[in-house]
Design a protein around this ligand. Sequence first.
Ligand code: HH2
Length: 259
Amino acid sequence: MGVLNVTPDSFSDGGEFFDLHRAVTQAESLLDEGAQMVDVGGESTRPGSDPVSSEEEVRRVMPVVRGILVARPAAVVSIDTYRASSAEVALDAGARIVNDVTALGDPRMAHLVAERDCLVVLMHMLGEPKSMQQNPRYEDVVREVRDFLARRAERAARAGVDEGNIVLDPGIGFGKTLEHNLALLNRLDVLVELGFPVLVGSSRKSFLGKLSGRGPKDRLFGTVATNVLAYERGATFFRVHDVLANKEALTVAAAIRRG
Ligand code: HH2
């Protein structure tokens, strides 16, 4: 899954793809590098960020969603939003996946994805972006994230979402310290055991900077390491800014696993 942030303030590519033409060109590059889907977001959820209005979110993402589908009609577009109203507009325009960082926090979201029969990513977050990195605490982060995601998957199924359309995501960096992120990545098998495909979004995140001392644009080697190990533990979706390197590493890892 290639990342496309149509925002002025995303932590690693903020402002870069705020222009429609540049955003669509970037989506095409992600696809050409081997992304199987492009995740379009109009609101940064980086630590400390403020929400934007739903109107502003739609105004940012919709020209890009439409532009991608004009340039590449077969592209699989994912909409990174926690608002059912924004997801609905994007699905109407041809998006096929809802990536919800609040895992159905909006009471209308479960029914929408059930009705549209589309893939939905349910992500764990502790608190909200503005304050989530202020001293996040868990007794047992792996168990708590697993239990939360199991409950949200149940909520989705109760609302009529096909179980085959549910993807789970531990939410790397969303209300988690370095140790929490490492524990979740190390014990990803615990989430995989729930029986749903698992998505990992570690790309360029700050825990990698804590380990390497490098800035957001220079965290590709660390990102690749997390994705290869996540793959080994059973993850099937990898949300990344840099498709080529991650894709190549995962292709090799898959070949080795096949023996
Ligand atoms: N991470 C970000 C945004 N959306 N969605 C899922 N499912 N999983 C993630 O880990 C995830 C996500 C944050 O990264 P990014 O989009 O690069 O930055 P920003 O939120 O600043 O736009």
